[in-house]
Design a protein around this ligand. Sequence first.
Ligand code: CA
Length: 245
Amino acid sequence: MGIIVLHTRMFQEAIRKYNEQAPQPFTPKVVLFDMDGVLYDSMPNHAKAWQRAMAEFGIHFTAEDSYATEGARGVDTVRRYAKEQLGKILTEQEAENIYQLKAQYFHEMPTTNIFDGVKDLMQKIQNSGLKIGIVTGSGQRQLINFINEAQVTTAFDVKRGKPNPEPYLMGLQKAGNLAPCDGIVVENAPLGVRAGVAAGCFTVAINSGPLPDVALLSEGANVLFDTIRTFSNSWEQFIAACNSY
Ligand code: CA
């Protein structure tokens, strides 16, 4: 009982802080999920593919690097590290070749699993009368089929990727021309949290990777959970806090 009360108060405090900054009060109507590292445990494979491809070109790239750059365009990440470590300015095509190698290595790996807690959370969200959207820079559309009635926004729908807010603003539009205060963004990456916050949405961080919590909180995440299972277990308290405003 004590834990439930503590959670509700924690959420109320987070909503109060959000409302201080936002032009309109928080009235959640849709939950917009990032995909890699939030719904799918795919980041370890992305990290391995990145490290393998970069190493072939003499670039030292750590697992932490892959989390810190997650959400950026692949070619931009390649060009940045080539410049920093090799002093080389790569053309778009040269960077694209390295990125394509990374993509090839990723696709050669076994498919990844949905995180524990995702399906329970989706059910709870729908039971609460909220919509579900997916906002991803990935093209792995087939992975998302397990969610009924979810609007999907991919890299093909926007001109600018995360950390630009455009993907999440597009997600709000697809959910029925909703306002930023109607949206909850769920992200695992610093650049993704930055995009959600820049869109004006209440942003939930799931720290499923090796970065310290501060890497997500310093980008403006309103609340943080260690796993999507914890978020799912806390959903009732979260909604209670929303309804108490
Ligand atoms: Ca992600």
